[in-house]
Design a protein around this ligand. Structure first.
Ligand SMILES: [Zn+2]
Length: 136
């Protein structure tokens, strides 16, 4: 997945570790990286969620690591896509997203048959993280 940088270079989508306040490592954050000027842009679809996460950390966070691919479904899908392919190709990402959606829908059916409202709500929020606004 490519996008063009303001310097004219090509930006590649990759997962990187973002360090917040020199203390908190947020790993596997989807970012566009320019190979020419080195600029990094957090993937637009997850920017808001990264911002919310950082907001929750407050101004004096304790040092720790946050695996973003376990917090956010879209980062999880990209991480899964990187397991099967060396680079993030649109087709591989689409397949990984489809697999994850099917998996979540299967779980939702189980949660529904158990009338487990809490679990259903959690699965719905995970499914909404995979909606088109994040992927496009
Ligand atoms: Zn650039």
């Amino acid at each position: 997945m490519l996008k063009s940088c303001s310097c004219g270079g090509e930006m590649n989508l990759m997962l990187r570790t973002v360090i917040f306040a020199k203390k908190v490592n947020i790993s596997n954050v989807p970012v566009f990286n320019c190979s020419q000027c080195g600029r990094n842009d957090v993937f637009p679809g997850v920017k808001e969620d990264v911002g919310r996460l950082v907001g929750e950390l407050g101004t004096r966070p304790v040092p720790h690591n946050i695996p973003f691919d376990q917090v956010h479904e879209w980062a999880g899908v990209l991480s899964q896509a990187l397991h099967v392919s060396d680079s993030l190709q649109a087709t591989v990402i689409a397949k990984a997203a489809e697999d994850r959606i099917n998996q979540l829908l299967d779980l939702w059916l189980i949660a529904s048959s158990l009338d487990d409202e809490g679990w259903k709500a959690e699965l719905q929020s995970r499914l909404s993280q995979l909606s088109a606004q994040y992927i496009l």
